[in-house]
Design a protein around this ligand. Structure first.
Ligand code: DIG
Ligand code: MN
Ligand code: MN
Length: 396
């Protein structure tokens, strides 16, 4: 890598963090907070200084549950002033439908219709806040939408109630004349024993059953796909292919662990490399144009200075991987191996793009030698070694 490369984050990179990420005080199920709470206005200032572009929030990250209207308005006014002072925007807003005990058996999937109604109304207030802060995307993470025992309810009822609540909120949003995108975030478990619609794939199928599916997409999170051992790269690629990647939660995770929400790239670096390659479109494909959002937090071992080390590390790693991916895809040997594997001199692929009598007859007439095709090597060992060497900085 040339010495001139500077991985320092800049506004043009569209990096964003949630108030809950750098504001995480380090509490965990086995111990209390270890860091002082940083106020939302201090977070805005700190993120701006670190080079971030946007700051996201749950309603209650900013406005305490049950705050009076006057208190709410004052808090929002102060927050807006901080955004203006530090040239920061709010790309995404979301609703906390998981902390208050009222949601202990779910929000949109609670068997109690009054809880579902309470959750929908809370989401309406959070969407109003997002619109007031000029957010363009609303994320829905159903942290409590699940069970510890399937004796609790029929999953089909849960899915129907989830759909009803989202259809209601989509229709209400359109009724307000707002042009918002809803991004549904999947997670397989934690805090519930099993969370409904556990992966991005489940969410993509569910979205197609919604009344206003055109305004709904997904918000895949690295940790949430990796927890069950799935590929975040494949989840994001499927979302992009379906034009449903409306937002993304970038972080890192050891497979098979609880949700660690680690600094981006700090675990599966090769997975992060291929994810950034996909998002940046360095392999001559359209790039993802949304926020590069980090839903992660610093180790509990860190003090406040360490929190900003964490935030800077997320952004620097993303930029370094973007540069590595660009160099990898410009490498002539990489391009040649990929071209050899995709070669189709006889145009056979075009016979499969759609069915016709002509394509059928051409397909039937093809001379295909299975043994000859089977004997062909693909040079993926060399290709992956090249990727590794770009990652390790010994090439390009
Ligand atoms: C957890 O991964 C969830 C919540 O933090 C939030 O609702 C969402 C926003 O990115 N991610
Ligand atoms: Mn997470
Ligand atoms: Mn998330």
């Amino acid at each position: 890598m040339t010495d001139s490369f500077d991985p320092s984050p800049a506004a043009g990179d569209r990096f964003s963090f949630g108030l809950w990420t750098v504001g995480n005080p380090g509490a965990d199920p086995f111990g209390p907070a270890v860091r002082p709470r940083i106020s939302p206005t201090e977070i805005v200032a700190g993120l701006s200084k670190a080079g971030a572009w946007g700051v996201n929030l749950h309603d209650n990250d900013l406005i305490p549950f049950g705050a009076s209207a006057a208190k709410r308005d004052q808090i929002v006014a102060d927050f807006k002033q901080a955004l203006s002072d530090h040239n920061m925007i709010v790309p995404m807003a979301t609703t906390n439908l998981f902390s208050h005990p009222v949601f202990r058996d779910g929000a949109f999937t609670s068997s109690d219709a009054k809880v579902r109604a309470f959750a929908v109304r809370k989401a309406m207030r959070a969407i109003e806040l997002g619109v007031e802060l000029n957010a363009k995307t609303v994320v829905f993470w159903g942290g409590r939408e699940g069970v510890e025992t399937d004796a609790a309810r029929d999953c089909r009822d849960a899915i129907q109630w989830f759909r009803e609540c989202l259809d209601f909120l989509c229709a209400w949003t359109k009724d307000q004349g707002w042009d918002l995108k809803f991004a549904l975030e999947a997670k397989p478990n934690e805090p519930r024993g099993d969370i409904y619609l556990a992966t991005t794939g489940h969410m993509l199928a569910f979205i197609e059953t919604l009344e206003h599916s055109e305004m709904c997409g997904v918000n895949p999170e690295t940790a949430h796909e990796n927890m069950p051992g799935l590929s975040m790269v494949h989840a994001v690629a499927q979302a992009m292919e379906a034009n449903k990647l409306f937002h993304i939660d970038l972080n890192a995770q050891k497979i098979g662990r609880y949700d660690q929400d680690l600094r981006f790239g700090s675990e599966d670096l090769k997975g992060a490399f291929f994810l950034v390659r996909l998002l940046e479109g360095t392999c001559n494909r359209p790039a993802y144009t949304g926020p590069r959002h980090f839903d992660a937090h610093a180790y509990r071992t860190e003090d406040v200075a360490g929190v900003w080390d964490f935030a800077t590390g997320c952004m620097r790693t993303y930029k370094i991987l973007a540069a590595r991916a660009k160099a990898f895809d410009k490498d002539s040997e990489v391009q040649q191996i990929l071209a050899d594997n995709h070669a189709d001199p006889d145009g056979v692929g075009s016979m499969l793009t759609s069915y016709s009598a002509s394509n059928r007859d051409q397909l039937e007439a093809l001379q295909l030698d299975a043994d000859a095709m089977a004997a062909k090597g693909h040079r993926y060992e060399r290709l992956d070694q090249l990727a590794q060497e770009y990652l390790m900085g010994v090439r390009g």
